[in-house]
Ligand binder design. Structure first.
Ligand code: FES
Length: 169
């Protein structure tokens, strides 16, 4: 091959250089815009902020249902979502807050609503049962204990955070 075939003309050189520099500058301008647009999607799911739900003085050893609202952010969409918890005190005075969402198919469980099981949580959808501490009763549909809310007691108020599988809250 002759050396002439390998030579780059001035026009080709300018084309390559301008394309390269132009592409680099375009990427530099577009990257922040793309990142801004998809940033909420990339963020890891944050734990729920603690919300004041009731006064500690209201609690007894009998589970009571408390309804409350949380601020929820799904990517760009912010909303107020209703939540509920069964809250009571254990025999040694610890506050226990259980999620009412059945671990079978997500129906809402109630305390002592089944006459045959007066001291258990009952799910009417498929006759699921849970002990007072949230443990699922063997040979009923749910295969896991009720989720447990993270909680704290401050200035006489009970605050709840995220509901997590028992043992992780
Ligand atoms: S959804 Fe609760 S037992 Fe099926």
């Amino acid at each position: 091959m002759s050396e002439k075939n390998h030579r780059v003309s001035r026009r080709q050189f300018l084309n390559y250089t301008l394309t390269g520099v132009g592409g680099f500058m375009a990427a530099g301008m577009l990257m922040p815009m793309v990142r801004f647009a998809i940033d909420p999607v990339l963020k890891a799911g944050a734990d729920q902020d603690m919300v004041a739900v009731c006064d500690e003085s209201e609690l007894t050893t009998e589970p009571q249902r408390f309804d409350f609202k949380i601020d929820q952010v799904d990517a760009w969409y912010e909303s107020e979502e209703p939540r509920s918890a069964w809250i009571f005190k254990s025999e040694n005075g610890d506050v226990i807050a259980l999620s009412p969402v059945c671990k079978h198919l997500g129906c809402t469980v109630n305390w002592a609503s089944d006459e045959a099981n007066p001291n258990r949580f009952f799910c009417p959808c498929h006759y699921g049962l849970y002990e007072k501490n949230g443990d699922n009763v063997p040979n009923t549909p749910p295969l896991a204990p009720l989720d447990v809310y993270e909680h704290k007691v401050e200035d006489g108020k009970v605050y709840l955070g995220s509901a997590k599988p028992k043992g992780e809250a």
